[in-house]
Structures are given as structure tokens and as C-alpha cells.
Write a protein that binds this ligand. Structure first.
Ligand code: K2U
Ligand code: NI
Length: 183
């Protein structure tokens, strides 16, 4: 199982490179990597397991964060209605997005960034994502709210982008135009 020792930190070059498309159908090795990403996120949300292995809780993880420069992400979170959204995707791509933006009032964090970096991170409110799941099937997702935010955060990792790249350096908490904040 993955632990924090497997997660590379800001400053490591892999976090700033563009990750490579995963050849499909995926190899056994690539399937095992993607499964390990989802397993980390699930484990990190289990208080006993997180405590035992010192896991920082996460709702998403991208392969570059474990120093694998391949286009794979895992997302696992319950929405405000308590509905579980759990995805492990090869080659995820944002196909379309709203004009409207959103941002988390508390800002964002990252398992690859040990210190807090305050500020609003503008994201699209709604996105359509296409990708390939572990069983090889094509997936098309229409996402909004926190789910849309986490997918944008993880897909940024595949393109060498960190959340703080989006923060207004002159005024980190300047309200974002045409944006609806979420708590
Ligand atoms: O480092 C990662 O990619 C995991 C990120 C994902 C993320 C951060 C901020 C906003 C959306 C997604 C975090 O470690 S997950 C930590 C976390 C936990 C609960 C709610 C928000 C963020
Ligand atoms: Ni991150």
C-alpha cells in the first residue's frame, strides 16, 4: 500500500512535467498503479488506517505525485448528500467547462505541498470529463461542486500545474469575478 513516503513533494521535477498518455488497453503494471492511487485515497479517509500509517487525508491523488509521469488519477469522496463518488481513470480529459467559476473559501491544499498556501483557487464550476476506467470502459462525467474542483486539481497535476499557480499573488483573497464560492 502507498504511504506518505511514496508521495513526492513540491520541488521534485516530476510535479512540473507533463505526464504521458497511458497506452490502452492498460498493462497490468499501469492497472496496479492506478489501483494503488485509489487505495491510498480510501485508506487516508479511514481514521484507524490513516492513524496507523500516518496518512494525510486526501480526496484525490494523481500518478505524478508518486513519481509516475503517467496520466492517471483517483478521486474518492462523498458529496453533500452523502453519495459516494469514486473514480480511477486513465487519460482523463476536460472536454468542456462552464464560463462560471467557483472556489473553496478555505482555499486548497495538496498532499505534495507540506505547508499551507493561503488564497482563493479559481476553478470552473462545472466540467465534462472523459477518460478510461480500470476495466477499459470509456467514462464521461458531468461534474460540479467539490467533485469538479478535485478533478481539476488532479488533472492539473498531470500537466505540471500546482494549485497555488492559480492564486492571485498580489491579493490572494481577492474575490474572483463571475465565481460562486463554496464552503
Ligand atoms: O494533493 C492532492 O492532489 C490531493 C488534494 C486534492 C484536493 C485539494 C484541495 C481541493 C480539492 C482537492 C488534497 O490533499 S485532498 C485534501 C482535502 C481533503 C478534504 C477536502 C479537501 C481537500
Ligand atoms: Ni495535489
Amino acid at each position: 500500500m502507498l504511504t506518505m513516503n511514496d508521495i513526492i513533494r513540491d520541488g521534485h521535477p516530476t510535479l512540473r512535467n507533463v505526464a504521458k498518455e497511458v497506452p490502452l488497453p492498460p498493462s497490468i503494471e499501469d492497472i496496479q498503479i492506478l489501483e494503488s492511487l485509489l487505495e491510498y485515497v480510501i485508506n487516508s479517509q479511514n481514521p484507524e488506517v490513516a492513524e496507523k500509517y500516518g496518512l494525510r487525508p486526501g480526496i484525490g491523488l494523481a500518478a505524478p505525485q508518486i513519481n509516475v509521469a503517467k496520466r492517471m488519477i483517483a478521486v474518492h469522496l462523498h458529496d453533500e448528500k452523502g453519495v459516494l463518488h469514486s473514480y480511477a481513470l486513465f487519460n482523463p480529459k476536460i472536454k468542456s467547462h462552464s464560463v462560471e467559476k467557483t472556489y473553496i473559501l478555505a482555499g486548497e491544499g495538496c498532499l505534495s505541498v507540506d505547508e499551507a498556501i493561503p488564497g482563493y483557487v479559481p476553478r470552473y464550476s462545472r466540467i465534462t470529463v472523459q477518460g478510461t476506467s480500470i476495466d477499459g470502459s470509456e467514462v464521461k462525467l458531468r461534474l460540479k461542486g467539490m467533485l469538479a474542483i478535485v478533478f481539476q486539481h488532479e488533472i492539473d497535476h498531470l500537466n505540471g500545474i500546482m494549485f497555488y499557480d492559480h492564486i492571485n499573488q498580489n491579493d490572494p483573497f481577492k474575490p474572483i469575478e463571475d465565481a460562486v464560492p463554496i464552503d
